[in-house]
Design a protein around this ligand. Sequence first.
Ligand SMILES: [Fe+2]
Ligand SMILES: [Fe+2]
Length: 484
Amino acid sequence: MRFVAVGDLQPGMKLARKIVNRKRTSMLEKGMVLTGTHIIRLQNSGYLGAYISDPFSEDIKIAETVKEETFQNGVDAVADASISDIMEVAHALVRDISSIEQISIDLLDLRSFDDYTYHHSVNVAVYATAVATLMGLDDEEIQEVAVAALCHDLGKAMISPDIINKKGRLTDEEFEEIKNHSRYSYEILYSNPLISTAVRQAVLCHHENLNGSGYPLGKMGDEIPLYAKIIHAVDIYDALTSRRPYKEPYAPVEALEYMTGGVNILFDENVVRIMQKVIPAYPPGMDVGLSNGEKAVVIANTPDALRPRIRIYGSGKEIDLSSNLQYRRIFITASGVLMHESKNGVAVLNENRGQKKDAPKRIVVVDDSPISLEQTKAILGEEYDLILLGSGVACLNYFKAKGVPDLLIMDIEMPMMDGIKTTDFLKKSGYEDVKIMFLTAVANKDTVLRCNAAGALDYILKPVNPIYLKERVRIALDKNLDRE
Ligand SMILES: [Fe+2]
Ligand SMILES: [Fe+2]
């Protein structure tokens, strides 16, 4: 079987896995042949696509991490907010995952907009349980991680769906309300005798970032419990790879790249390393585009996570990208659910991920290195109105002449006046509302504390990881990802 993005589904294709929504109103069974009406319904409900079976992909094996029944029971238990059911599902999840010899979470979750939060919680539980297992936690601990993961967003039910699903940018008040959901989840669990303190703490802290920039407590480093570190990382991974009313999904390879960019800033290094072991960058059954213009489907993974074994569409030729000499200079240019938006065989990633276009946001980038400025321009130039400046003084002059931009991206080490001093000066000059993101080559504790003290919204490590920078800028401007 193989995965076909919703935009590429054709009438006559045969489903390899059933598609069921929570209300069981439109169940498409395995083996069913899709009609035009089915496809339109899947499109409108926010599904990413479907797994189909055809002779071309007959032999592609996609591992099932947890049983379909376990997953469905999880969705029901979370939707009903039944703690006793959640405990049972957690047991089943742990049992399913512990019986796998080599854990690989191959299967993309097929969910509608309506079922998002419930599926999200079960997905997070699957990933978290897999990570906890590979980390070598004991059985009781793994069970606790699974329970905490299933419960982490229960508190969202207490927030208006209008805010949860809002398409546009959240107001500050709306974002404050969203941020309450970790506390609400914690309160729901508080008086339940089945729930341990460790589980409650994990739920409360699942939006804490390693550098103290998270919520609700702003805990740093090892003040954050391990369970929370695990759930936080996989939570963001699942959010990145999902389609929401306000954003398009990332392919697994890109989402993993983002996680890597956030290591030691937002995420625990060990957790991210283990995630890279359990989540394939190129899951079997997924389409990829190649730099020579060919399109292929992934057959299986190889020891090189970024060079899978593939089958070329058209010729049917099989290539192991990790060892084939003829293809050693060919690289994968695109992967995943947005492949159908490709132009000339090469997908244009990221194009549709931002907010629906208003006027482009204005971003001032200050860096003494012209090369750095060019790199930032290459990453952000298409989406934003960028003003590139070479020094702190030029930045001050710009503010005086043109006012406060939507965002300021500031290098730290610069001759004359460094980035942090420039920022202090700006704030003292009456521009205290400016949103600042620092770019830094060193992430030692001292720098982190200085950035925080200077009122930094965020900081990015050099060398810049493009996907990470793009997404952090979007979060700074639109707060999308921190909703999860
Ligand atoms: Fe959350
Ligand atoms: Fe979440």
